[in-house]
Design a protein around this ligand. Structure first.
Ligand code: FRU
Length: 439
């Protein structure tokens, strides 16, 4: 890491060089987590979209594997997903990896590619594009298999709706239904969907939206309800909007296919379209969030998605530190009403976090966190409802990000920060802090 790259995170996935946005095509197979991503291999602005590929055995340390899906006559390669085809229904053998992505030229269509070498190289399907629709924003196909209905599905964003299609062979698709009209936030384009069954039998439909986020720009909303094999039904009142993360830098969150033990492991792009092209990093742009395990909790008769740092993050804890570093997790317990946590450096730059048990709220202020003037939309205070008491906060600090979680999963907040010197001081009032290095 050169001085030029002082903001490059230590334990978050970043492209070695070039631009990155959404995580794509994520799957787990034979002990390896595969992460693809919107990548411009030729520069640090959004262009030439290809799928970059990185792998990890622990969800913390990543190895770059090249750009296996590159633009073709159908267009550049936008976001999409992969599925491990255990039964070989697509015709490429058992355990082949089948990927769907959006081909973006003048219009947007859904195309397929497959891999018979565990996602290292992909062959594009000769029959592309596979799914078309008459809509300008039609993209980000997310594949899944539903054992309940013995069918394959793909959910594709379409303007401000999500279309669901079913298939038996991952190649021929039947339109089933579309969800969204009148539900949740509609102040932007709906993108990057996901649909998954949770351990309590409920289904969660993930809907990334840009703009329209709670603090402006990009954010991740979701709906809880039922999926009967044809149609998703939201169980909340139409006007209810639920956010997965209450920071400003959590977008395009989707989950891995084939994760072990029925886990729903999500990764988000840690930026916001309001200023993603202006952030002061060099040689590359953007990082992904730490991996998070999604679950369900109930508050006041409503179901919400719980978000906790994946257990792999706990396994990555190293020795205890006396003061914060650019590579640490801070655990704050015994929180009292009005608890205040301040991360600062010798330049007077600081990030202030506040917890109010009375108001059931958590806030993070990055207005004086360091470099903030590259965009008017960057300096801000983000606030989150905590759905009851927070027993402990887990705060992940890296060179240019802070992710705060209620350890029990009822609140998550992800924000970028660009201190001109690393924060090396932690002040906690109304709580007890322990700092762990991340190995
Ligand atoms: C979301 C998004 C997707 C699209 C991709 C293009 O950030 O706009 O909808 O597929 O980025 O890079």
């Amino acid at each position: 890491v050169t001085n030029k790259e002082k903001y490059r995170p230590a334990y978050h996935h970043t492209p070695a060089w070039g631009w990155m946005n959404d995580p794509n095509g994520m799957f787990y197979k034979d002990g390896v987590w595969h992460l693809y991503y919107q990548h411009n291999p030729y520069g640090s602005l959004w262009d030439n979209l290809s799928w970059g590929h990185s792998t990890s055995r622990d969800l913390v340390h990543w190895t770059f594997e090249g750009d296996p899906v590159e633009p073709d006559a159908w267009g550049t390669i936008f976001s999409g997903s992969s599925i491990v085809d255990h039964d070989g229904v697509a015709g490429y053998g058992k355990e082949a990896v089948v990927a769907y992505y959006t081909s973006a030229r003048e219009g947007q269509t859904q195309s397929m590619a497959y891999s018979t070498d565990n996602g290292t190289t992909f062959t594009k399907y000769a029959g592309n594009p596979v799914i078309t629709a008459k809509a300008p924003d039609f993209r980000d196909p997310h594949l899944f298999y539903a054992p309940d209905f013995k069918k394959y599905y793909v959910i594709v964003s379409c303007g401000q709706k999500m279309n669901i299609y079913s298939s038996d062979d991952l190649k021929t698709w039947t339109f089933e239904s579309s969800f969204g009209e009148g539900y949740g936030c509609h102040e932007g384009v709906w993108e990057c969907p996901d649909l998954m069954k949770m351990s309590n039998g409920k289904w969660v439909l993930v809907c990334n939206i840009n703009p329209g986020g709670p603090f402006g720009g990009s954010a991740t909303q979701y709906f809880v309800g039922n999926f009967d094999g044809h149609k998703f039904t939201c169980e909340s009142n139409p006007e209810v909007t639920k956010w997965m993360d209450y920071g400003k830098d959590h977008y395009a969150a989707v989950t891995f296919d084939n994760a072990p033990d029925g886990r729903h492991v999500a990764i988000a792009w840690m930026s916001n379209w309001q200023y993603a092209t202006q952030v002061p990093t060099q040689q590359y742009r953007s990082a992904n969030s730490i991996p998070r395990d999604l679950g369900i909790f109930t508050d006041g008769g409503e179901d919400y998605v719980s978000v906790v740092p994946s257990p792999e993050m706990t396994a990555a804890r190293g020795r205890r530190l006396a003061s914060p570093s650019t590579k640490c997790e801070i655990v704050v317990s015994k929180l009292r009403d009005g608890a205040t946590i301040v991360l600062s450096n010798g330049k007077g730059e600081k990030v202030t976090m506040k917890y109010s048990s009375k108001n059931k709220a958590f806030a993070m202020d990055r207005r004086t966190s360091g470099k903030v003037d590259f965009s008017d939309a960057f300096p801000c205070v983000t606030t989150a409802p905590t759905h009851g008491r927070i027993n402990a906060l887990r705060i992940f600090v890296d060179a240019s990000s802070i992710e705060a979680f209620d350890a029990d999963g009822k609140m998550a907040m992800t924000n970028l920060v660009f201190p001109t010197e690393p924060y090396n001081k932690l002040t906690v009032k109304g709580g007890k802090a322990v700092i762990y290095e991340i190995k």
